[in-house]
Design a protein around this ligand. Structure first.
Ligand code: GLC
Length: 397
């Protein structure tokens, strides 16, 4: 089954590969997402590192090429299509790129490439970009030095309409997609108005510290520290390692309650207690103790009234009032989030459970094709077609 899927997937990847101005990159879906996206490209690089290492490197170099002066790496690069942007119909304030970022998976992707060919030059060539990007996040997204990284728009989490953001957006658990997107577009407009001043935008319009974003940051800072060591930048290595552990402590201080990590909202760090797959994200960065992890897995992951559905793992617990098995990030299974959970489970030695998530992902892909997301109760494929994230199954080993 995996062999057949791999062959189909390689065709899909080739079909989604684009070259512009000497850069080559992969678009997530030709019909729906015809640009380059940040965390998608990191996923592509991870997948490609096992199939075609040069393409994996090119993917990362394209992504880094549009880094802003202040170090931010934008979540979308339009490349050739920027004049006829059809999706999303959003004015981001710049011609060639968007003006917000996405979960910082870049150090992880580069390290994965390095694990395959041990080519130090690639680390050397990309290090300065990484340094500035992660410094930007540490400085600009944590202006009060609380050691939690903030996002200024739900889209920066990669989970556009997740119910984790209903409260900060002032929306009830049930609302239309149009209402949701309107709120996010307002944030984009406000970001342009304040000339992309992230601390100002976060303080005044959307003050959220999210769990997966911070867990991903921790894991990536630890990796960045290893990269710095490899390149003999001892001071940087210590700095980034220490910053990672400060975030871990801050996550415990501000986010942890009832044995779960919750996103926070506003200057009082109000916890947003909505059970989404985000409660499992700390496993990815080994932030939980073994005992806490066991409790989490037993009470929530393996609970058929929450996350252990017919097709695994829904992005929102099925007992949440906002759960909707067909709406983007409000319930469906995504192979990307399955991959994070799979890696997290393996960190703690839950090998059989991880295998069941892999099997379920395989079943979804072989029954419903490379779709963007899937109904956790019926397995129906939903959203974009010829979507690249399914290839992460190749990195579940
Ligand atoms: C959707 C997803 C986002 C992804 C983008 C491109 O907006 O929510 O995570 O990066 O599509 O695939």
């Amino acid at each position: 089954m995996l062999k057949k899927l791999t062959n189909e997937y390689q065709k899909l990847l080739l079909n989604n590969r684009r070259q512009t101005d000497g850069f080559s990159y992969t678009i997530p879906s030709p019909d729906t997402y015809p640009y380059q996206w940040l965390w998608d490209s990191c996923f592509h690089a991870i997948i490609l590192s096992g199939l075609n290492i040069e393409d994996a490197k090119a993917e990362i170099l394209s992504l880094l090429s549009q880094q802003f002066q202040n170090g931010m790496i934008p979540h979308m690069i339009y490349w050739e299509n920027h004049e006829k942007v059809t999706f999303p119909k959003i004015q981001w304030g710049k011609d060639v790129t968007s003006t917000i970022t996405q979960p910082p998976m870049i150090a992880y992707a580069i390290w994965q490439i390095f694990q395959k060919d041990k080519e130090v030059d690639f680390l050397k060539n990309t290090y300065r970009h990484l340094y500035h990007f992660y410094r930007y996040l540490l400085n600009e997204r944590d202006p009060h030095e609380k050691h939690l990284i903030g996002i200024m728009n739900p889209d920066e989490s990669g989970e556009d309409n997740s119910p984790r953001f209903d409260l900060p957006l002032g929306l009830p658990p049930q609302h239309t997609f149009e209402e949701n997107i309107q709120k996010r577009l307002n944030l984009v407009a406000q970001n342009i108005e304040c000339k992309f001043d992230a601390p100002f935008c976060m303080r005044n319009f959307f003050w959220v510290k999210d769990v997966p974003f911070n867990a991903i940051m921790v894991e990536n800072l630890r990796i960045l520290s290893q990269i710095a060591s490899k390149l003999d930048f001892g001071e940087d290595a210590s700095f980034f390692a220490a910053e990672a552990e400060k975030i871990v402590l801050a996550m415990r201080k501000y986010m942890f309650e009832d044995n779960l990590f919750w996103p926070t909202f506003g200057e009082n760090y109000q916890k947003i207690k909505i059970k989404t797959w985000a409660i499992f994200a700390p496993l990815f960065a080994q932030i939980l103790t073994k005992k806490e992890a066991e409790d989490l897995v037993e009470k929530h992951l393996l609970n058929p009234r929450e996350f252990w559905t017919e097709y695994k793992i829904p992005t929102v617990s099925i007992d949440e009032p906002s759960f909707d098995p067909k709406s983007l990030w409000r319930g469906p299974v995504w192979i990307g989030t399955n991959w994070f959970i799979y890696k997290g489970l393996k960190n703690y030695g839950f090998l059989e459970i991880a295998q069941q998530i892999k099997d379920s992902s395989l079943k979804l892909l072989s029954n419903s094709g490379f779709r963007e997301y899937f109904n956790p109760q019926t397995g129906e494929g939903l959203g974009a077609k010829n979507f690249t994230w399914g290839g992460l199954i190749l990195d579940m080993d």
